[in-house]
Design a protein around this ligand. Structure first.
Ligand code: NAG
Ligand code: NAG
Ligand code: NAG
Ligand code: NAG
Ligand code: NAG
Ligand code: NAG
Length: 323
């Protein structure tokens, strides 16, 4: 008997065979410095040579436009604001800074830190060069973000395949900041859900709860609520078209056709784009990268991030016991 899961299992294999140019099994990580410090970095390697998380991982692992690659920056239930360094050569992952110190997200009850797997979509760009029609605001100059609601917590620097189910259009600080809703293709319910509306049947309350989290998660640090355009998700079809559009903005970026806004867009996979191409075989020396991993013991994080923050009905922080 050919089961549904058998079909889902074999489709990516067939698609991967159709595009044998990228060997996902040849990926590894080059890590230097100590966790919870601003010096910590992780570069992505392919056959042990450095490549860019952002510019060198294909957007799609197969022909199916609803399935995309996803770079895990923040594993579920961790709180370091870890992300891709836009201005550094080959865009390593680093610990984002706030007021000169590593930045963390507070836990807002009932959630613990980042309640889902969080990261970004390779070969996409939220172009800051113009106002986007859906949000009437310029992009935030980053790859498009994604949150993965699957069970697997992930690890920093992991490349996952996810199915796009929808998206939230945040307007954070006057910038467009899409949060794509996705699910790890290997999750037990991935084959059962095709759109954000399908999720409630299997994960009651999750969809609304995560939408609300995006509006209030910066309140404990003193920020206002973050508005979401239309205050709801756009569907999977619309989200997929937003991703396709952001991929064209990214292509203009690496071609040098637009203002790059201080992004380092060196890439190692498109020799046909000479303005940004570097050979991965001499990139370590040419770009001055560390030659190998040299990870140091993690530093402790601040006590503040071990506790819960409680919000009242007006989204104010209750209690003054935390500093
Ligand atoms: C295979 O991947 C390469 C590199 O990302 C891409 O340029 C090409 O269009 C892909 N081919 C197919 C058939 O998807
Ligand atoms: C974007 O729209 C705002 C108003 O919402 C306007 O002030 C700004 O000039 C526009 N920017 C561009 C680049 O068009
Ligand atoms: C905006 O929300 C309404 C429901 O409140 C929905 O019918 C409409 O399709 C949404 N617009 C988009 C672009 O998703
Ligand atoms: C998805 O949303 C768009 C914009 O609201 C709408 O035009 C389209 O009909 C929707 N597609 C499906 C399959 O619901
Ligand atoms: C490539 O990286 C070098 C070293 O950081 C930098 O000087 C150059 O501007 C980068 N080129 C592109 C296209 O980003
Ligand atoms: C890197 O290697 C390529 C060929 O593999 C060569 O064309 C290029 O000049 C080298 N770049 C540097 C900076 O050595």
């Amino acid at each position: 008997m050919i089961t549904k899961s058998f079909v889902w299992g074999i489709l990516p294999v067939l698609a991967a065979a159709a595009n044998s140019t990228f060997d996902y099994n040849a990926l590894s990580l080059r890590t230097v410095g100590a966790r919870n410090t601003l010096d910590w970095r992780i570069w992505l390697e392919h056959h042990n040579e450095p490549i860019s998380f952002w510019h060198d991982i294909p957007l799609h692992p197969s022909q199916d436009k609803q399935i995309i690659n996803f770079i895990v920056e923040i594993p579920r239930h961790t709180d370091g604001k870890i992300e891709i360094a836009r201005s550094e050569p080959l865009n390593p992952i680093f610990h984002d800074a706030r007021d000169g110190r590593p930045r963390y997200v507070e836990s807002v009850w009932p959630h613990k830190s980042y309640p889902f797997v969080y990261g970004s979509i390779p070969q996409t760009w939220e172009s800051p060069n113009f106002n986007h029609s859906f949000t009437d605001a310029p992009g935030d100059n980053d790859p498009v973000d994604l949150f993965d609601i699957g069970q697997d917590p992930g690890f920093v620097g992991q490349v996952k395949r996810v199915k796009v189910l929808g998206a939230l259009a945040l307007r954070d600080g006057g910038e467009t900041d899409w949060k794509v809703l996705g699910i790890d293709v290997d999750d037990p319910i991935a084959s059962l859900v095709d759109d954000f509306n399908d999720v409630d049947k299997y994960r009651p309350g999750l969809i609304d709860s995560y939408r609300d989290w995006f509006t209030y998660y910066k309140v404990p640090r003193g920020d206002a609520l973050i508005p979401i355009v239309n205050n709801t998700y756009v569907n999977a079809t619309f989200a997929t078209s937003i991703i396709a559009q952001s991929h064209t903005y990214w292509l203009d970026l690496v071609k040098g056709a637009v203002d790059s806004n201080e992004i380092n867009y060196n890439q190692t996979s498109r020799p046909d784009i000479p303005g940004s191409f570097v050979s991965r075989y001499n990139a370590t020396a040419h770009l001055g990268l560390p030659a190998q991993s040299d990870e140091l013991p993690a530093q402790p994080k601040l006590e503040r991030y071990e506790q819960w923050f409680y919000l009242d009905g007006g989204y104010g922080v209750i209690g003054e016991n935390v500093v």
